[in-house]
Design a protein around this ligand. Structure first.
Ligand SMILES: [Zn+2]
Length: 378
């Protein structure tokens, strides 16, 4: 990660760069600020810059020296990641390294460090991960050794507010009487929850929330259209993780709407062969995707029924859904609505029970031919 890879935050980059250039690095640096503002990227870029053996004239890591290549592969020999994890079994030591492959995957998949995603990668969406005392002991031991390749050994610690109290106390010694060649770069979403004794010994740098305009530009460079980026920026509150989630939901519902329209059109036209192809596409969404799709279908059928019986005030659909539904809603009426619901629910339940996705979808599609016909006559 180079400074140039990180959008905006020029003022923070400048401070970090000057710190490294002057050779007067603190022993513990704290980057603090709201979630989804790219703090950990800045920490990674700082570590790479410090270790780079051929810094550019513009004040960035070169990206090509052996150190930079090690950083790019997340395997720099004098850089250690420390982050909250879950205990696997009580009584066992628990180190961040136990989850290092998952964490590296996480850095790749979610560079803005979405905590919910980390929880799901740890295998428990309701977990309360911590940095355990065993991890603090391991860090002490590592820092005690001299750097193997570079001038500095660097610990990149994500979420020091999740240090177990005993772990924080153990680390305190290291932060109070540091070895000359060590640097802690801590990255916190909530610095107020860091143990005060640790906090007071760090040099704090605030990383601000991205502005709406910055979010808009980041989303556009990640492939969003101007309209989509506008809409997302307004809702994301400067949080890139939230912005990415909003976009994924948007992509998913666009895809679901396409599949829903395809089902209803082909069922109306009784194109059995097309419906067979359609059922393959639904099966290709996988079990979880199919379940979400059937939920989506149920919602849209309900909204269409409400639209048909005439109460547009309580209809909640996107403009694209509404456009289709204006023409489609007459086919969803008192004659067939209940059976359509039951058919969709049955498909969902069969999918939950690990039935064959393609057979389930095709069965639904064939039933829909009859149900739409009934609605037409009703
Ligand atoms: Zn380099």
């Amino acid at each position: 990660m180079r400074f140039a890879d990180i959008p905006f935050h020029e003022e923070v980059k400048k401070r970090l760069r000057e710190m490294a250039d002057s050779g007067r690095l603190p022993h513990a640096l704290l980057l603090e600020g709201p979630q989804g503002s790219g703090k950990f990227n800045l920490a990674r870029a700082m570590a790479q810059y410090i270790h780079c053996t051929a810094r550019t004239a513009g004040g960035d890591a070169c990206g090509r020296c052996p150190s930079c290549l090690q950083h790019a592969s997340l395997g720099h020999i004098d850089t250690f990641f420390s982050f909250p994890v879950l205990k696997r079994k009580s009584g066992q030591t628990t180190l961040s390294d136990d989850y290092l492959p998952e964490f590296k995957q996480f850095l790749t998949d979610s560079p803005y460090m979405d905590f919910e995603q980390w929880l799901s990668m740890l295998g428990n969406p309701n977990g309360q991960p911590l940095i355990y005392v065993d991890e603090a002991s391991a860090l002490l031991e590592r820092m005690n050794r001299t750097a193997r390749q570079s001038q500095y050994k660097i610990v990149l610690m994500w979420l020091p507010e999740r240090l177990q109290e005993a772990a924080a106390n153990k680390l305190l010694k290291l932060v109070e009487e540091p070895y000359p060649d060590t640097l802690f770069i801590m990255v916190s979403d909530n610095a107020r929850e860091i143990l005060p004794t640790i906090l007071s010994r760090t040099q704090r740098i605030s990383v601000r929330r991205y502005t709406d305009d910055e979010v808009r530009q980041i989303m556009q460079s990640a492939g969003s259209s101007e309209d989509e980026a506008d809409c997302i920026a307004e809702m994301a509150d400067g949080n890139i993780n939230l912005a990415l989630k909003l976009r994924n939901n948007n992509i998913a519902s666009t895809r679901y709407l396409d599949q829903f329209m395809e089902l209803m059109r082909k069922a109306y036209l009784r194109r059995v062969n097309d419906l067979r192809k359609w059922s393959t596409e639904v099966a290709d969404m996988g079990r979880e995707g199919s379940i979400r799709f059937y939920d989506y279908c149920a919602r849209l059928v309900r909204e269409n029924f409400i639209l048909n019986i005439g109460d547009t005030r309580i209809v909640s659909m996107s403009p694209a859904e509404m456009e289709f539904s204006r023409r489609f809603s007459p086919y969803i009426n008192v004659v067939n609505v209940e059976r359509i619901f039951d058919t969709i629910t049955a498909a969902r339940n069969d999918t939950m029970l690990n039935g064959n996705g393609k057979i389930i979808a095709f069965d639904l599609a064939v039933k829909m031919i009859l149900l739409i016909k009934q609605g037409q006559e009703g």
